[in-house]
Design a binder for this molecule. Structure first.
Ligand SMILES: NC(=O)c1ccc[n+]([C@@H]2O[C@H](COP(=O)([O-])OP(=O)(O)OC[C@H]3O[C@@H](n4cnc5c(N)ncnc54)[C@H](O)[C@@H]3O)[C@@H](O)[C@H]2O)c1
Length: 371
């Protein structure tokens, strides 16, 4: 039986991947430091009992070396993801953690057969847009003056609106410390992998949805926030005008992709987008959640707030991974249904929403249009 190390294996994507690996007969070791606020109540009850759990930080050299013993495959999910302005932590956890895995593998001649590294759609930033005349544009970041004035969309030099495109893996334009640290992970993994003959695959996930998304993580997306609001008889706040587009991918489709690239030599040294293949505006997604919670009559608040650092549109072109035989099989509605079932089993949701909202406000991440 091959031993697989899953860093961040107590988290959302990690734990589902662990379950599938165990199901498929792999021996699994988890390395996770149960980071707060992701794990507010310690070790989650959903952890697979057939997997070995090692408590600790991926940056702990001695512990990581011990944890790597006997390992043939690695899924590297452990990451710092937040809206906090502690910019250096993103690099310390995400970039240093990744470098250390390669460093120890090379230094100790560890017989690692493949490393799959979790990256993010955020690496593409705003992605690519087209002009009316068909020309391609790669916008950078929206300025604070535009956001303060409620100018959300991108325009060309003649003030014609730009149209967003399904963006391929060749494009990278990371807008914030999290995204830059994920891009750094990608570059290190691919370059070090190739240089030292350690087969490596990078997966750029779009917004992943399903059960076990942390309830407390202020960073986690619309599915958790909208669901909590509708469940608690509140109405969610939608940022900007709600017309921004996103693609959402179900956790089981993500696990399918993870296992596929683990087994496919053709995937080695490549980056793949793992997305849902269908774009939704946030307003459309809100209606899916409202319907699932039987709250169709309530409309969301759209007070003109925005989050600093958000991209206007983000939709990933998944044709490259489709060539390997993968395609998303579940819809956003399937994900919301799964998340709802998970949510209603939780016993501590009453204070969760205000915890996340207060945190965002305290951090001054959420701003309001200045009229
Ligand atoms: N969920 C998404 O929508 C999404 C989208 C794009 C990319 N990703 C990437 O996928 C990976 C997994 O994300 P997730 O949604 O499962 O997040 P998660 O927060 O649920 O899981 C991450 C896990 O890593 C652990 N961890 C954090 N810092 C650690 C450290 N220093 N040492 C050891 N363990 C540590 C946490 O305790 C947690 O269990 C991350 O790399 C993330 O950047 C996720």
């Amino acid at each position: 039986m091959s031993l697989v190390l899953v860093t961040g294996g107590a988290g959302f994507i990690g734990s589902h991947t662990v379950d599938r690996l165990v199901e498929q007969g792999f021996e699994v070791r988890i390395l996770d430091n149960l980071q707060k606020p992701v794990h507010m109540k310690g070790q989650p009850t959903y952890l697979n009992r057939k997997a070995e759990f090692v408590y600790g930080d991926v940056r702990d050299r001695e512990l990581l070396l011990k944890t790597l013993q006997g390992v043939e495959y690695i899924f590297h999910f452990a990451a710092y993801q937040d809206y906090l302005p502690d910019f250096s932590t993103f690099f310390s956890v995400n970039a240093v953690g990744t470098a250390l895995i390669y460093e120890l593998t090379v230094e100790h001649h560890l017989p690692v057969k493949k490393i799959v590294v979790a990256s993010s759609q955020f690496v593409q930033g705003e992605g690519l847009y087209t002009k009316r005349n068909g020309g391609l544009v790669a916008p950078t970041m929206r300025g604070l003056a535009d956001l303060n004035a409620g100018r959300w969309d991108w325009f060309d030099e003649y003030h014609n609106p730009l149209e967003w495109m399904w963006t391929p893996e060749t494009h990278a334009n990371p807008p914030n410390s999290y995204a830059i640290s994920k891009y750094t992970q990608e570059l290190q993994a691919l370059r070090l992998g190739k240089r030292y003959d350690i087969p490596t695959v990078v997966l750029r996930y779009s917004i992943v949805q399903g059960a076990r998304q942390s309830l407390y993580n202020a960073y986690s997306g619309a599915c958790r926030i909208f669901s909590l609001n509708y469940l608690l008889n509140k109405t969610p706040t939608i940022y900007e005008d709600g017309k921004q587009s996103r693609d959402f991918v179900n956790i089981h489709d993500v696990v399918d992709a993870n296992l596929l690239v683990l087994r496919s030599p053709e995937a080695n040294y490549e980056v793949f987008n793992v997305g849902g293949g269908k774009a939704y505006t946030i307003l459309e997604f809100d209606r899916i959640v409202a319907t699932e919670f039987d709250r169709q009559e309530s409309s969301p608040n759209i007070p003109g707030e925005f989050r600093l650092g958000d991209t206007r549109n983000a939709c990933s072109d998944i044709s490259k991974l489709k060539l390997l035989g993968w395609s998303p099989k579940r819809t956003a509605k399937d994900s919301v249904t799964e998340y709802k079932l998970y949510l209603i089993e939780q016993t501590d949701i009453g204070d969760v929403l205000s915890f996340a909202e207060k945190k965002m406000k305290d951090l001054d991440v959420v701003r309001r249009v200045v009229r």
